[in-house]
Design a protein around this ligand. Structure first.
Ligand SMILES: [Zn+2]
Length: 297
């Protein structure tokens, strides 16, 4: 049995090579996964339907994205131009996480090669996030009775404030965010459990804190996990304030995936952020999520 991994060529939106967001990484990651024989063949997603999106976003926000009538301030907050390829990318990457979420139920594990747009909230996008794929997919599972108690385990260096906001009053979704205290957003939201890390934290301390909280989370009876595996915790990241090594990122991904897989709790892995100064390294770091899942298969 092969690990289900989702990819689509439209994950790569044409925002220009000089854009601050390393959009090329989605195409490069797909090539890397195939060339290293980590993945043989990708599952292809469909663009997320409006009905599915509307369980985590307001109808007016979805309409304004699709019709390109979003307020200029919101477009600025998102940081991408509102053009066809960005809209298509946002819809299909969200569809990809929904598909991965479904496949993880049958396979135990499944991963998208995009996703983790955790700054988007009900009414608005922000911080390179248009639609909140993990929130949409969580609602999708809950609505169909495919999950009852969802954990969103967010280990991106930035706080998952979109998920914290969307699920603030939802007792069926537990939001956990372990992030750098001094990174974006300056004003943090309130997750069910926030762990704020000091600048320059290194592997040993980071992994010890993670192990402690994984043990805590294991006391709850979650029946589904979304894992946002942002690699902007790496020491050479342009944005992240932590100092985690290659091996630290790898160990983190292995710890998380093994922890839930061994307990038979389905896990859907999504990319999250990564802005490494070294582009080749960035692609390799993102592949650790898929590698650690393949190892368990
Ligand atoms: Zn991030």
């Amino acid at each position: 049995m092969d690990l289900p991994v989702i990819n689509h060529k439209d994950y790569f939106a044409k925002i220009g090579d000089d854009h601050k967001f390393p959009i090329n990484k989605f195409g490069e990651l797909a090539e890397y996964l195939v060339s290293k024989k980590i993945v043989k063949k990708f599952h292809l997603p469909y663009p997320c339907s409006e009905e599915t999106l509307s369980r985590a976003h307001s109808k007016s926000y979805i309409k304004n994205v699709k019709n390109k009538t979003l307020d200029q301030n919101i477009i600025k907050k998102i940081g991408f131009p509102l053009i066809d390829s960005v809209i298509q990318r946002s819809l299909i990457a969200t569809g990809g996480t929904v598909l991965a979420a479904k496949l993880a139920i049958n396979y135990g594990l499944a991963c998208n090669t995009a996703g983790g747009s955790h700054h988007a909230n009900f009414e608005s996008g922000a911080g390179y996030c248009v639609f909140n794929d993990v929130a949409v997919a969580s609602q999708y599972l809950l609505d169909r009775g495919l999950a009852g108690k969802v954990l969103i385990l967010d280990l991106d260096v930035h706080q998952g404030n979109g998920n914290s906001d969307i699920f603030r009053d939802n007792r069926n979704v537990f939001t956990f965010s372990m992030h750098s205290k001094s990174n974006y957003p300056a004003k943090k939201s309130i997750s069910d459990l926030d762990v704020e890390l000091e600048d320059n934290m290194e592997d040993k301390q980071y992994l010890n804190i993670l192990k402690y909280y994984l043990n805590q989370l294991n006391q709850e009876n979650f029946d589904y996990v979304f894992y946002i595996a942002g690699v902007d915790i790496h020491f050479n990241d342009r944005l992240g304030k932590l100092k985690i090594s290659d091996e630290g990122v790898r160990e983190r991904d292995e710890l998380v995936t093994e922890n839930f897989f061994s307990k038979g709790i389905p896990l859907c892995g999504v990319l999250g952020g990564g802005y490494n100064k070294d582009f080749k390294k960035l692609v390799e770091l993102h592949s650790f999520l898929h590698q650690s899942c393949v190892k368990l298969f």
